[in-house]
Every structure is written in C-alpha cells, then in structure tokens.
Design a protein around this ligand. Sequence first.
Ligand code: NCD
Length: 326
Amino acid sequence: MNADSRDYAWPHRHLLGLEQLSVQDICFLLRTAHGFEAISTRSVKKVPALRGKVVVNLFFEDSTRTRTSFHLAASRLSADVIDFAAKGSSVSKGETLRDTARNIEAMGIDAIVCRHHLSGAVHQLARHVLCSVINAGDGQHEHPTQGLLDIYTIAKRWERLDGFDLSGLTVAIVGDIAHSRVARSNVHGLLKLGAKVILVGPPTLLPASFADMGCELSTDLDAVLPRIDVINMLRIQFERIAGHVLPSVREYQHFFGLTARRLRQAPDHLLVMHPGPMNRGLEIESSVADGPNSAILDQVAHGLAVRMASLFLTTSVRAAADAPSA
Ligand code: NCD
C-alpha cells in the first residue's frame, strides 16, 4: 500500500478519473498535496513551481467552489490562469468542444481544467490536445479531485497520511448515488485504499452495479449509522435527474436527511462530509453541517492542496513520455 517514492515517477499527463489510477498514483498525489498544504498557512502563499505556465479553466457548467479552488491552486503555484466560461464564448455560437480546446491550446497553454455536463466529454478532449487535461467533473461520471480531497480529509483525520491505508474504516455515501460523479470517484479511490464503502439512498437512486464493484448497498440510513466512521452526504442532482425518481422531497428528507437527532445513532467520532453545494435542511440539517463532527470546511481547504498537486504533477509529464491516457 505504501508508495515508495524513490522508485516512482508520476506517469499521467491527464487526471481524468480515479478509476485509472493505481494505489501508488493516489498515494503519491496525496502525499504531494500534503507537501503543498502548508503553503496556505504561510504569510506569502506562493511558490514558483509553475512559473511561466498557463492554466485555463474551461467550465461548461456552473461552479463556484471548484473553479475558484483550481484558480487559486494555479495562482499559488505562480501559473497564469485564464477563466473561460462557456456562456458568452464561441461555444454558444456552436463551436465544438474540440475546436474550442484546440484554439485555446494554440495560444500556448500547459493545462486545461475542464468541467462538462456530458460524461466522457473530458476524456474526448484529452485525446485531442497535447497539454494536460484535468477533469473538474464530467456529467455523472467522475470528479477526481473531489474524490481525492475527500480521501485526504479522511486520511488526515485518522492520521493515515503515511501510506493512505484506509483499511478498518467504513464510509457511507448517502443520497443520489446514480447521478453523482462525486460518489463514483470516491468509490474507486476508497475501495483501492482498503476502506469499506456503504452506499445509501432510495432504490431508484442506487444502481445495483455498485455492488459488483465491492460496495454494500442499503436503503436504510438508520440501520447503517451505528456502524460507520465517515458519512459523505450528497446533494440531490435535480439538474441531472430525468423523470420521477423520488416520491417527494419531503419523504427523501425524512428517510435520508442527516439531522441532529439521527446523528445520535452514530458513533461520537463520526466524520460528516459534504462536497457542496449543500441544500441545508434537505440532505443535511444546518446544526449538523456546522456542528463539531463536520469536516466540510476542511474539505474545501484540502481541495486547494489536492488541486495544486494535480496541476503540478500532470504538467510535469511531457506529451511524448505519457502513459497511454485512458
Ligand atoms: C459537486 C459537483 O459539481 O459534482 N460539487 C462540487 O464539485 N463542489 C457536487 C454537486 O454538485 O452536488
């Protein structure tokens, strides 16, 4: 489990998902993030690691937290950053993703951070450009930096930053599993690092295929709470839901909302996480989100370090030396 960095060189020009990363890759990236974490606490919050490089944020979907986090991560590494929002760009005039990306790349770009509403779009993009591509969330597929920052938060809380071995820990991911790229990236990473994963939600939002990957599935949050160490509450992805998969939001809240009353069934040490944006009062009660078990703001802080590591490592790999991108 412990990645020995002496015999290891980060091989991936792109960061597209946790499914393609080995245990060694994940440990190396998180250890690099740990090294970067301290920079945010210094009075001068900058290092010259990416000086002279250019990072483009190419977001085709709304985002506040992730876009800002990538922007800040690139700035802290002294890269120049350009924020490119699809609204008001040539994309709204019908330009394809590939043309947009290739035009941007022609300006001398080192990395594109891309968020897109279609699953797989970011992989397509990576096939057509020579610069690094980092997936900032593609449809319902993956959101690798979110998965990594969630794992980092868990490993830090249990002092597992050495080997990132999460065995013995049980993590519940609760909510709209079917439409969640956060869930998918978490599942890939957590299982690789040895954690037990329980996915909890209404049957319509809980695809059986996750059981084949090694997850336990449950529709009963109350039964699961006493035997978990970490709970990751997901937002219902109303924008990705087609058709009627929930009888009512009120019923969902009744069975799956994390309330202070419900929290009493869990061990005192339960770590409460949420990727944001939160629907306070729906999947999570405000007193829990802001309470002593909550690691939600730590997640945001760790996101910065994980994104610095992702930008730093991917841009260190030159196109010719790249392992085949998946
Ligand atoms: C997540 C996303 O966009 O997938 N949020 C995020 O990256 N901060 C989760 C969500 O939208 O619910």
